[in-house]
Design a protein around this ligand. Structure first.
Ligand SMILES: [Zn+2]
Length: 257
């Protein structure tokens, strides 16, 4: 019955010690139960690990009532390589032809594997909590996503910019913020290589040197190179577009400060 979950969600406030002992227990359980995650800074992960993590959180924090409330509705887990600015996502999905509904929790593999590489230029915090390792960061992602799922189940919609969400994540997990600050590929590109939109750059491709301007940075940088065979852009000039790994770019002149 959804009322049980509602009651738990509305009436629980955990103290700091309870939160840290439960999250430490989950950390240990994932390390011992997972077929892929054997060390805190794991280098392999499988969607099954997200299912495992979800089950741990549901069990330790919500008495298994999230799964209970889902009933026969499937909950699927995905790892994304394309999510490059947020750590996770929760969605309610509907199959257009059959009308069947399921929920889906996605975690960004790109974001996780980009952090705790030994080359981070700042501590990683997530939801206002400093994360000690990659698994710890993944736990913050799951804590955030599980609350999205709970709100969707109980109230039909969810928003992490609203007070209700903040209240739940604070009372259950001690989150003081609801924005992740994992290091995005964009931030890393700037700090490590000085690459940011507007920077003038040089790179070699198939033995040819190109000079252009960075238009966008995600996993790779989009570089526009003036070329008469290119496409016309809003400044009236013709450009060819290249997707280049940031480490292949060299900044030119004083384009970056
Ligand atoms: Zn959110």
């Amino acid at each position: 019955m959804p009322t049980d979950l509602l009651q738990i969600v509305e009436s629980t406030t955990l103290d700091t010690e309870t939160i840290s002992s439960r999250t430490a227990q989950i950390h240990a359980n994932v390390l011992s139960k997972s077929r892929y995650i054997h060390v805190p800074n794991f280098t392999k992960i499988h969607p099954d690990d997200l299912a495992l993590l979800f089950a741990e959180y549901d069990g330790w924090f919500f008495g298994g009532q999230v799964k209970e409330t889902l009933g026969a509705i499937p909950l699927r887990f995905r790892l994304s390589k394309r999510m490059t600015s947020s750590g996770g996502k929760t969605a309610r999905c509907t199959d257009r032809s059959t009308g069947r509904v399921w929920y889906e929790i996605t975690a960004s593999a790109t974001m996780l594997f980009g952090c705790f590489t030994g080359e981070d230029h700042r501590p990683i915090t997530n939801s206002g909590i400093t994360c000690r390792d990659r698994l710890d960061a993944l736990q913050r992602v799951m804590e955030h996503e599980v609350v999205h799922l709970i709100e969707m189940l109980l109230w039909g919609k969810s928003s992490c910019s609203q007070p209700r969400f903040h209240s739940i994540t604070l009372r259950f997990f001690g989150h003081t913020q609801n924005r992740h600050t994992l290091i995005t590929p964009k931030e890393r590109a700037f700090v490590k290589f000085g690459i940011r939109p507007g920077a003038k750059v040089r790179f070699r491709l198939d033995g040819i040197e190109h000079t252009g301007v960075v238009n966008r940075v995600s996993k790779r940088a989009t570089v526009l190179v003036e070329d008469h065979r290119g496409q016309r852009y809003s400044d009236g000039k013709l450009y060819r577009k290249f997707y280049v790994p940031v480490q292949m770019l060299e900044t030119v002149g004083q384009g970056v400060d």
